[in-house]
Design a protein around this ligand. Structure first.
Ligand code: HEC
Ligand code: HEC
Length: 282
C-alpha cells in the first residue's frame, strides 16, 4: 500500500511537471531567472524598463573594450528575429552565431548559454515567438577587441538537469540560465577564473557609478557564509543586503523577484556548496 502511494505521488509530480507548456516554461525562464529583459529591454531615465519597447533592444552596455548594443529579439520581421527559424535562434543563443554567420559579442553570456538544455532553449524560443513584435532598428555594437571566431564546436544535444538533485539544479540555474556566476566570478586577462567561482570583484560601470560584484561564496567574513537562506533570497529578489542596505544595478533584481521558491532554494543550496573564497584584492 505504502509503495502504491509513493508511486501515485511520483505520477502526480510527473503530471504537474508536464502540465507546464513550453511557452509557459519559456515565459518563466525569460521573465525571471534568465533576465533577458535586463539587457534586451531599453531602460528609462530612472532605470525602469520601457514597456512599449519590451525586448526591442537598443540598450547600450558600455565597458572599456565595448559599447554593446542589445539586439531587438522581438518577432519583428525587419528589425527583430521574426524571419529566423527556431534552429537559427537556438544557434544564436547557444553558439553565438547569427544566420548570416556573424558572431554575437559580450556581454551576451554565450559561454554559459551553451549549457542551456534542449528543452529549455526550445521553450525560450517558443515564448519569444509570442511576444509583441516591435519595429526598432538598433545601432551596431562597437567592439574594441577581437571577437572569437566561434565559442566552440556545435552544441548538439543538452540533457535536462534533474530537479531532484538540488545542488546540480541550483548550479544550472545560477550558471547557464541566470548567469549569476558570470558576474560574480573574477576575470584574469580577459577570461573568467572558474577556480574562484563566486568570489566577486568584477566592476560594472553605468549611470549608477561603479559597482563591484560581491563575494557570494560561503566564506564566513568575506562572503555570505553567515547568511540565512531568507537573507540570500531577499538580496537576490529585492536587492537588499543582509545589513539592510540597498544593492545597486546591474543585477536583475526585478526579474529575479519572480524566481519560484523551489528554484530559489536550489540556488541557495548551490551557493552554500561553493568553495569559500577570499574576495580578490585589486
Ligand atoms: C548581459 C546582457 C544580456 C543578457 C542577459 C542577454 N543578452 Fe542577448 N544579447 C546581448 C547583446 C549585447 C547582444 C548583441 C551583441 C552584439 O552586438 O554582437 C545580444 C544578442 C542576442 C541575440 C542575437 C540577435 C541579433 O539579431 O543580433 C539573441 C537571439 C539574444 N541575444 C537572445 C537573448 C535571450 C533569449 C536572452 C535570455 C535567455 C538573452 N539574450 C540575454 C546582451 C544580453
Ligand atoms: C549583471 C551582473 C550580475 C548578475 C547576473 C548577478 N549579480 Fe549578484 N550582484 C552583482 C553586483 C554588482 C552586486 C553588488 C551590488 C552593490 O554593491 O550594490 C551583486 C550583489 C549580490 C548579492 C549581495 C551580496 C552582499 O554582500 O550584499 C548576492 C547575494 C548576489 N548578488 C547573488 C546573485 C545571484 C544568486 C545571482 C543570480 C540569480 C546574481 N547575483 C546575479 C552583479 C550581478
Amino acid at each position: 500500500m505504502k509503495y502504491l502511494l509513493i508511486a501515485a505521488g511520483f505520477t502526480v509530480a510527473a503530471m504537474t511537471a508536464h502540465a507546464e507548456t513550453p511557452v509557459e516554461r519559456g515565459r518563466y525562464l525569460v521573465e525571471s531567472i534568465g533576465g533577458c529583459g535586463n539587457c534586451h529591454t531599453p531602460k528609462g531615465r530612472r532605470g525602469q524598463p520601457i514597456a512599449a519597447k519590451k525586448f526591442a533592444g537598443g540598450f547600450v552596455i558600455k565597458e572599456k573594450p565595448f559599447d554593446a548594443v542589445a539586439s531587438n529579439i522581438t518577432p519583428d520581421k525587419e528589425t527583430g528575429i521574426g524571419n529566423w527559424t527556431d534552429a537559427q535562434i537556438i544557434r544564436a543563443i547557444r553558439e553565438g552565431k547569427r544566420p548570416d554567420g556573424s558572431i554575437i559579442g559580450p556581454p551576451m553570456p554565450i559561454e554559459l548559454y551553451r549549457k542551456l538544455s534542449d528543452t529549455d532553449v526550445k521553450a525560450i524560443v517558443a515564448y519569444l515567438r509570442t511576444i509583441k513584435p516591435v519595429h526598432n532598428k538598433v545601432k551596431k555594437s562597437v567592439y574594441r577587441m577581437p571577437l572569437p571566431k566561434s565559442y566552440g564546436p556545435p552544441v548538439g544535444k543538452v540533457a535536462d538537469v534533474p530537479r531532484s538533485n538540488k545542488v546540480a539544479y541550483g548550479a544550472y540555474l545560477a550558471g547557464p540560465v541566470g548567469h549569476c556566476i558570470e558576474c560574480h566570478t573574477p576575470m584574469v586577462r580577459g577570461r573568467r577564473n572558474w577556480s574562484k567561482t563566486g568570489a566577486g570583484g568584477q566592476a560594472f560601470h553605468g549611470p549608477w557609478g561603479v559597482v563591484v560584484a560581491r563575494n557570494i561564496t560561503p566564506h564566513p567574513d568575506e562572503g555570505i557564509g553567515k547568511w540565512t537562506a531568507a537573507q540570500i533570497s531577499r538580496a537576490v529578489r529585492k536587492g537588499i543586503s543582509a545589513d539592510g542596505s540597498r544593492l545597486k544595478p546591474p543585477m536583475a533584481y526585478s526579474w529575479y523577484n519572480r524566481i519560484k521558491d523551489d528554484d530559489m532554494n536550489a540556488i541557495v543550496a548551490y551557493l552554500k556548496s561553493l568553495k569559500p573564497q577570499q574576495t580578490p584584492r585589486k
